[in-house]
Design a protein around this ligand. Sequence first.
Ligand code: SAH
Ligand code: SF4
Length: 356
Amino acid sequence: MNQHIDAEQIKQWLSLKDPVEIQKLYDTAYTIKVSEVGKKVYFRGLIEASNICKKNCYYCGIRSGNPHFTRFEMEMDEIVQAGIWAHENHYGSVVIQAGERTDQAFIDKITKSVQIIREKTDGKLGITLSLGEQSEEIYRTWFEAGAHRYLLRIEASDPTLYYKLHPADHSYIERLNCLSVLRKVGYQVGTGVMIGLPGQTIDNLVHDVLFFKEHDIDMIGMGPYQVHEQTPLAAEAHHIVPEENLTLSLKMIAVCRIVLPSVNIAATTALQAIRPDGRELGILAGANIIMPNLTDIKYRKFYQLYKDKPCMDENADHCRFCLENRIRSIGEEIGYGEWGDSKHFYARQEGATTDK
Ligand code: SAH
Ligand code: SF4
């Protein structure tokens, strides 16, 4: 059926104003989620390994140009311990995320952490990386070490908007190239955008959805843009109403589920920053992945990509139990001990791109 969904239809969905119509959109997407990827949510334990970043994105709190907080870097043992905790608590996977760095010491630390986590968990814990733009050689080294998924958001698929959000040393073409290299190396590839950015139009969001489809993406991680006061973009963001960004983000999740039924879609933490049950709403609008935070609370306060980041003083155990209850309360099961890989990825491997 998705053969016939075109830009005009997507625009209509994203422009819905009537709450009853919006709810119908969520319900349609949720029905597709249940039939395509099950009544299950998969956990990816999030390890925020370092807030040191060489990039200076205009929206991000940990950009290199922000001098207002302490920079940290987890020791390799801490990364490994977080991975082992995830495995012992039956999480199928972890995501190792950090600011972008290409220095050898950091590259080696990630390689070794991935290798040791794989060894110590008998290859049972899935490992996703979200470490920005790297060379093909580095992507390959990490893949061979045992990582098998990679998240690199395009942030805004429209080049004009992309360049408004990033300084001149960023290259949209390079970002695209990284996405295709990741796929060539063999990763399950995830991308995504921020929603409700200053200067972003509904047409931009339509373009984003079509971008995911055109690039045959396996996983989508999108969330509402949240203002961080210590960033240049904050000056243009006074008009932003977080609840409106939440609704727009839920609509985007729903539309992506309808257009790309078999991909994995995350209900990201930024949804929860706006409403405590934001991630559950994301699941009910079609998402099937949640990323509970495993970062030690001594580091969390320094990994503030945006303001009002939730759960700053809750440890991993607390996050797990809180989430478990939240997921069960909406009648979904948690895929403990399962990787919960993107079905789209396997269909792509077999040459049958189900969502096209
Ligand atoms: N450095 C890596 C990974 C860490 S940043 C990278 O950039 O890919 C992870 C994500 O945080 C980014 O992709 C961006 O979309 C999101 N992010 C950064 N600042 C944000 C903000 N102010 N509001 C919402 N999301 C933000
Ligand atoms: Fe660095 Fe990623 Fe933030 Fe950009 S979004 S400043 S690359 S951490």
